[in-house]
Write a protein that binds this ligand. Structure first.
Ligand SMILES: Cc1cc2nc3c(=O)[nH]c(=O)nc-3n(C[C@H](O)[C@H](O)[C@H](O)COP(=O)(O)OP(=O)(O)OC[C@H]3O[C@@H](n4cnc5c(N)ncnc54)[C@H](O)[C@@H]3O)c2cc1C
Length: 819
């Protein structure tokens, strides 16, 4: 065994071996993998081998697509057969909501180039003759289906062996029966790994330990929110009907999914494999995998399976005549949102996670591809935020993760509405004035563990969402909140914002090197600033305010607390000239905005609020009601006159009550996140994570005014300069979508030119309640960006006309903001 390698991968399941393979493809040959027993001994050996391309996430969809493409060529590359059966994959629909879900998915599939067809019942029957279309009281009628001709199923162990062969050919070494038992950081900054076979030192560690993710993480002081859940499938004996069908020349049937009955079904040696996602499947191993488990399985739980067997048998009567040969019940790793954890582990140097895979056979190729790029080049090639481990923070503790993972598992096949807010593990983090906001009719949602009011139900209106892909029960109420903000004054509780304090003699120069904009030099000035990747993409957005000399207040998205905190911490200079403090929980934030906001705030403070004394884009430390040391920032995300009041958290109640008392005569009211979405869309304000991602540079995002190429060096500058020379390929646009009656754009819709060629994608969309326009924002090839260009956008299967508008269709001159 080698004693030193550049990268040591821990875990010999399909995910670890794929990472190893891809590292060698990147030319890193001095890499090794250790496996505590034998390759595939974790969850990989018993997986059903399905490779569904279907995934609602733009990022995960790209990873899955890469995998399927790779697996098709692995045999010719390595000589190892992987038993990839390209049978296609058929997802049935028995409701309009399900068809809407497929159509929403298809929009994303278009943007990432995944082939699919939406097909009518007649074609379903042609593809799957052994299936009942239904239409009786027992069996719901199929109204259509989504068909992927390109995917199918594979033999997981053979796939792993093919990747192993490829990795070895590329120079990698694999040591089985070698367990990682402890990690220590060497004086030189490398990792010394104590294994059951001796020590290995490595520059980088990749953790790909599947069900062991939590205990591996613990050895490094990490809280990895990956806890497995029981998952079972049934293996049936040979089916006479299937044999007859195949004997008659029928081709292997597509993998079948009936989400409304929560199961998948595929052929297996002239019999069947039936896999349900049941209610009540328990999380396992929250405290670690016990020694006795090894390569074992759990006993089958037939009671949980019965409703799905019955549902599947009604759809495919041939099942009725087949005996059950086996029940496979194994641990399947899960995370609270169901997506894997791929990327750097927060707070530790050169430790990378490739954990939490619930569709690991499908995702192994793509996750290895991107992680290898990240390790070898310092950055991934695509926007990986949706799978970045740092999308979770400390809030994702053991109990939260158990609850959420069980909930995610049982919802694998439920309709994934864009406005869905699941109930488990809530409320977790709340603003101090949660009860007061609740008393005003809040209908709550959750992000990054925080409760946030999505909208407010007036008296007599049920406080409940009717989730939908279309305008729903809250549409009119959200509209009223938008008008309240535009015409009078509203309050939004944005306490979850991520807040950092940066102080010290080196603070300004340090921040200046991190972002593309010029950091404010004068006390009371602020700058919207973007931290870029080395490739010039947007990684973070910070509002940087100079509070005092050598003292900056840095605000970013609430969901970016760990992601941004980790980035800032890693970037800190070693000379102690800068100190960084995460004060997210020490300060709350109320947005007070609308034409009457000045009149309201004036009653609470002696600070002059007129334009001369307190202009737009400036900040002051003020007293407001009894609250002292309030950072009042004259900016907001809704585009009206207003302030963000960032106050010491202990004043939350006092300030909240005072605002409502002072605002009573002005009609003050609460405004929720959905109204904020509408308001920001009317101003073309880009949202970090959807409209601003590493996939696009600030030039593409038309944020040129926040880039100071002349100011000196900053991360990403060279890439921006290169892009300027070569030409900016895409441009940000705001679109009015025409003839929308009930389904507004929501993001991830493809955009087409007049000839029907795809030329871009929407990244967000919403109904602009004040403008009374359906709006989308996104990116198009630069030649389609001029105002007035006519395009088309595909929304839920319907092509709609769209026109490029001038940026910020509401108040383009910012007169209201400057009022
Ligand atoms: C019943 C069932 C059916 C499934 N069907 C499908 C399917 O059809 N399609 C699909 O995409 N996915 C499916 N899955 C999920 C799939 O099995 C997993 O996502 C995938 O196997 C995860 O691979 P992995 O490499 O991350 O983990 P694993 O395969 O569990 O590998 C992790 C490895 O790490 C090793 N290890 C742990 N700790 C250490 C240590 N300290 N030192 C050294 N080695 C260590 C373990 O021994 C293990 O071999 C299914 C899962 C189940 C339970």
């Amino acid at each position: 065994m080698k004693t030193h390698v550049r990268v040591l991968v821990i875990g010999g399941g399909v995910v670890g071996v794929s990472t190893l393979y891809h590292l060698t493809k990147k030319g890193w040959k001095d890499v090794a993998l250790i496996e505590r027993t034998e390759l595939t001994a974790g969850s990989t050996w018993h997986a059903a081998g399905l490779l569904p391309l279907f995934n609602m996430s733009y990022t995960v969809g790209q990873l899955h697509k890469y995998s399927v493409d790779l697996y098709k060529r692995l045999k010719s590359e390595t000589g190892q057969d992987t038993s990839f059966h390209v049978t296609g994959n058929l997802r049935l629909a028995t409701s309009r909501e399900r068809m809407d879900e497929y159509q929403k998915y298809c929009a994303t599939a278009n943007t990432i180039g995944v082939p699919f067809e939406v097909i009518p019942p007649k074609r379903v029957k042609e593809l799957w003759p052994l299936l009942e279309l239904g239409g009786s009281p027992e069996t719901a009628a199929i109204i259509g289906a989504l068909y992927h001709p390109d995917d199918g199923h594979i033999a997981p162990a053979d796939l792993t062996m093919a990747l192993r062969k490829g990795a070895r050919t590329g120079g990698a070494e694999i040591y089985e029966h070698t367990e990682a038992q402890a990690f220590t950081r060497t004086a030189g900054g490398e990792w010394q790994v104590r294994t059951s076979q001796g020590d290995i030192t490595a520059e980088h560690l990749v953790l790909a330990t599947g069900n062991y993710a939590r205990q591996t993480g613990r050895m490094l002081g990490l809280n990895v929110p990956a806890i497995p859940v029981e998952h079972q499938y049934i293996v049936y004996d040979e089916s006479a009907e299937l044999k007859a069908y195949r004997a008659g020349g029928g081709r292997e049937l597509a993998v079948l999914r009936e989400p409304d009955q929560s199961y998948y079904l595929r052929e297996e040696r002239l019999g069947w494999i039936l896999g349900p996602y049941e209610k009540g499947a328990p999380a396992r191993f929250a405290d670690g995998v016990p020694d006795w488990f090894g390569r074992s399985l759990f006993p089958g739980d037939l009671d949980r399976l019965v409703p799905h067997i019955e549902g599947a048998t009604r759809r495919v009567p041939a099942l009725e005549h087949c005996g059950i040969k086996d029940i496979v019940n194994g641990p399947i790793s899960y995370t609270p949102d169901g997506s894997p954890l791929i990327g750097p582990a927060a707070g530790v140097h050169n430790v990378w996670l490739n954990e939490g895979h619930s569709f690991g056979i499908t995702a192994a190729g793509g996750s290895g591809w991107q992680l290898a790029e990240w390790i070898t080049e310092g950055e991934p090639g695509i926007d990986m935020l949706a799978v970045d481990p740092r999308r979770y923070g400390a809030y994702a503790g053991k109990r939260y993760t158990v609850k959420k993972n069980e909930e995610t598992y049982r919802n694998v096949f439920t309709v994934h509405f864009p406005d869905e807010e699941r109930a488990d593990g809530r409320p977790a983090k709340t603003s101090p004035v949660y009860d007061k906001i609740d008393a005003r009719g809040a209908v709550w949602g959750q992000r990054y563990g925080w409760e946030r009011a999505n909208w407010f139900a007036p008296k007599g209106v049920e406080r409940k969402d009717a989730w939908s892909f279309r305008r729903s029960n809250y549409f009119a109420h959200v509209g009223n909140e938008v008008r309240l903000m535009r015409e009078a004054v509203g309050v939004i509780d944005l306490t979850p914002f991520t807040k950092h304090e940066v102080t010290g003699p080196g603070a300004e120069a340090w921040l200046d090197n991190l972002v593309a904009n010029k950091v404010p030099g004068k006390v009371g000035r602020m700058a919207l600033s973007h931290a870029l990747t080395r490739k010039g993409g947007i990684r973070s957005e910070f509002t940087i305010t100079k509070i005092a000399d050598e003292h900056f207040y840095v605000v970013s998205a609430g969901a970016a607390e760990c992601y941004d905190g980790d980035y800032l911490t890693r970037a800190l200079p070693k000379d102690r000239s800068v100190s960084l403090r995460n004060i997210t929980n020490a300060r709350g934030c109320f947005v007070l905005a609308g034409p009457k906001s000045r009149a309201v705030l004036a009653q609470l403070t002696d600070t002059a609020l007129d334009n001369d004394a307190f202009p737009w884009l400036t900040a002051k430390t003020i007293e407001a009601a009894l609250a002292v040391d309030v950072y009042a920032l004259r900016v907001n995300f809704v585009g009206s006159l207003g302030w963000e009041l960032h106050f010491p958290i202990e004043y939350a109640h006092n300030l909240f009550d005072a605002l409502f008392e002072a605002g009573a005569g002005h009609g003050i009211g609460m405004v929720g996140m959905r109204a904020m979405e509408s308001l920001r869309m009317e101003k073309s304000y880009r949202m970090w994570g959807s409209d601003m991602t590493p996939d696009y540079t600030p030039f593409e995002a038309s944020l040129d005014r926040f880039v100071r190429l002349k100011k000196g060096s900053f991360i990403g500058k060279e890439a921006l300069e290169r892009q300027l020379t070569a030409g900016v390929p895409n441009r940000f646009v705001t679109l009015e979508v025409h003839e929308v009656t009930d389904a507004d754009p929501l993001g991830n819709e493809p955009l087409f030119d007049e000839g029907g060629r795809m030329i871009g994608r929407a990244t967000s969309g919403y109904y602009g309640h004040h403008l009374k326009k359906s709006l989308a924002i996104g990116y198009v090839q630069a030649q389609f960006a001029p105002v007035g260009t006519e395009l088309s956008i595909l929304i839920l299967g319907q092509m709609k006309r769209a026109t490029v508008l001038r940026e910020s269709p509401y108040d383009p001159e910012n007169l209201e903001l400057k009022a």
